[in-house]
Design a protein around this ligand. Structure first.
Ligand SMILES: C[S@@+](CC[C@H](N)C(=O)[O-])C[C@H]1O[C@@H](n2cnc3c(N)ncnc32)[C@H](O)[C@@H]1O
Length: 270
């Protein structure tokens, strides 16, 4: 995007500098490439003029029905390796009691975060939920303390007596509308242990749009083009979703990972 979109303005020194610094911060071009989404971006002006957007690309990638699904998950894995240790260090410093007994990773993808949090003694065990294509792909790397559940998050039905004291939702919410995200969280409201934590990892827009990071704004367009109604959200939009779906959780802290952020919530129950 930066390479192509800034080309007409390339004579402008500022545009070149902006493109370089944004690419250094977060390579949107590589995300578009490993998601096979260039044709969606190249039709952006048609879509803005009312052309129908084809079937959501993200859902095809997630379910393994797209020829580039495997490349997509390799790209996701590379991103996860870049941030997972940073997440581990911040959670270890921020959670008053570690390791938590049981972590539920919703939309876990290759499971890099669960593995890193277990190895770093932030969590003792994890349950990773994702589509069948993804859990089968991740299975080879799963170890004893990680169990996998193959399910669409919108149909997830974990046993009522299974409860988790850390729920992790990394890079999933931007694939869905706010209403769908409320439905998604509600699927696990019976599985929240007393005093549980919720961690949301997201590319955040700011509540005051003019100060939003440019990469979050551009990624927001990417998700709007390729998902069934998703985009990037602001912290208060996410807190509103959490409040509607999982009453009792209160926002505690935020931590910047570079391009994305962690939002930490805590549900204090007697
Ligand atoms: C962008 S990837 C993030 C993966 C991982 N959480 C990470 O941050 O590395 C989104 C993940 O959520 C999963 N996902 C999205 N919607 C889902 C749904 N409705 N049911 C199950 N998994 C879903 C995708 O298959 C994919 O693995």
């Amino acid at each position: 995007v930066f390479g192509r979109a800034t080309e007409p303005f390339a004579q402008g020194k500022r545009a070149g500098q902006l493109a370089r610094s944004l690419q250094a911060e977060f390579s949107i071009d590589s995300v578009i490439t490993f998601s096979d989404a260039w044709s969606y971006w190249e039709s952006l002006s048609d879509f803005l003029h009312g052309a129908p957007i084809p079937k959501p690309l993200d859902q095809q990638l997630f379910r393994g029905s797209h020829p580039k699904s495997s490349e997509y998950f390799q790209g996701i894995e590379t991103l996860a390796h870049r941030y997972a240790e940073h997440v581990r260090d911040w959670l270890r410093a921020s959670l008053p009691r570690t390791p938590v007994q049981s972590m539920l990773d919703l939309g876990a993808g290759p499971g890099i975060y669960a593995r890193t949090l277990i190895a770093g003694e932030v969590a003792s065990a994890a349950t990773c939920v994702d589509f069948d294509y993804v859990t089968r792909r991740a299975q080879t790397q799963a170890e004893g303390r990680i169990s996998t559940v193959s399910s669409d998050l919108f149909r997830l039905g974990l046993p009522n007596d299974q409860s988790f004291d850390l729920i992790y939702v990394g890079n999933v919410l931007h694939h869905y509308t706010l209403c769908d995200n409320v439905r998604l969280f509600r699927r696990v409201r019976r599985n929240v242990a007393p005093d549980a934590y919720l961690v949301v990892q997201e590319y955040l827009l700011e509540d005051w749009p003019t100060v939003s990071p440019v990469y979050a704004a551009i990624l927001g367009v990417h998700f709007a083009l390729t998902s069934p109604g998703g985009r990037c959200y602001s912290p208060s939009e996410i807190s509103c979703v959490v409040g509607q779906a999982l009453p009792g959780f209160r926002y505690v802290a935020r931590h910047n990972l570079g391009a994305s952020d962690l939002l930490l919530y805590w549900c204090h129950r007697q």
